[in-house]
Design a protein around this ligand. Sequence first.
Ligand code: BES
Ligand code: ZN
Ligand code: ZN
Length: 475
Amino acid sequence: MQFKVNPKSISEKALRVIPVLEKDKKAVLLEKLGENNLSELLFSAKKDTSYAFSNGDHLILLIGLGENPEYKNVENAYRRVLSKNAALVEKVVVLDFPLSFPEDLLEPALAGFQLGAYSLGFFKKEKDKKTDFSKLKVEVISTFKSAKEIAERAEKIAEAKTDAFELVDLPPNEITPEYLADWAKKTGKKSGFHVTVFDPKKAKSEGLEAFLAVGRGSAKTPQFIILEYRHPKARYHLGLVGKGVTFDTGGLNVKTQGMVHMKSDMGGAAAVLATTKLIAELNLPINLTSIVPAVENAIDKDAYLPSEVIGSHAGLSIEVIDTDAEGRLILADGLSYLVKNYKADQIIDLATLTGSSIGTFGYECAALFSNKDSLSEALQKAGMSVGEKSWALPMWESYRSEMDSEVADIKNYHGKPFAGAITAAKFLEVFIHEHPEWAHLDIAGVAFGDSEFAKTKSGTAYGVSLLLRFIEGNI
Ligand code: BES
Ligand code: ZN
Ligand code: ZN
């Protein structure tokens, strides 16, 4: 799919998509269709409404955006065009924006439209022809001076989000730690960042013992993936860490609930990998170092045992109370390695870390933790503006002692049915070597879920838009 902005003439026999804000309804219909007497009963322009009809020249699809549309509403409204109205689409779609359309909503509209082409039928024998939009021509009509620039940017955003969807949605026999490492290498070459991958031998010599302990029970080789994007004009260095558990059985503390969803336990990795690609594609003037510890948490004779004491990159011993609290172990090494080897001004980790964060917030928002209020506020605000919500929870010192171990420096689970997301965050904090600006987003409830776009739970790409907004607010 490619956007052609303001072509000399618009194609005949096309689906013409026109967005309508409630307050502009009359003016938009007059501007675009030369009439303004469409019955309120047929089309109100309220949020999430649409109306399709033929005016002789074109098939017209009006999209209602309500009174005050937000980024995510617009993205979703446009995503519906291909994902739900495929039957209306022939070879050409014209995205026709009226004069009054807010400029800042052009990006989510165009990105959302492209996201509509995504579908989950990877393994179906009979590919549905109606869902192959790779050759679709898209003409964009807009009077904004920067329309072309916005279209190019939206294409890159949609591509990164589609990658993040796919990394989460493909099954765990496909998305293995090695697949993530290969993805990073291949993408690094194409988009312009450097990738280093530690195999278990190298990881051992680097002291990544907690990471290796988690991977011990799996036939799939753990991969510690480092992505370095550098820009000559950078004045800011961001470090990212993404939890890359390609499948979480729970280990010997085997999961008795919801295991089938645990291919999504690399949602943090997907967000970090896709964001790194996007930043490179947009050539943003920052330095970015991203780390993805990638492992499968499985069971066999070598699997790590509850009550084992393991080492860590930070040099601290960890008592393993529960092998299902594996994410914090690999993140501990990822964070420690990042802080010790790079001079990032700020570090942010994203992880599908705890069921407890879902117990607290449901599927509405991520749980946000930080040792720096201004960082926490900036992340919260950036996410809010793109519909990727988060809400801060406290990091009070009194929670730290819950993680004290009798035999080791710290334990990986306090063994109590409360404050699970907070105690997990307090565990991570021990491994950042007192870095002054760190934030942790527990995305267990938002990385993967039910949506109007699929019959089954699917990836959301949570984090990609949030991090892009956050980064652009920092440069
Ligand atoms: N991957 C899970 C957390 C999770 C749960 C993600 C539901 C997405 C949806 C994590 O590794 C885990 O198992 N956490 C345990 C920790 C506990 C054993 C301390 C949990 O939250 O129950
Ligand atoms: Zn687990
Ligand atoms: Zn997990």
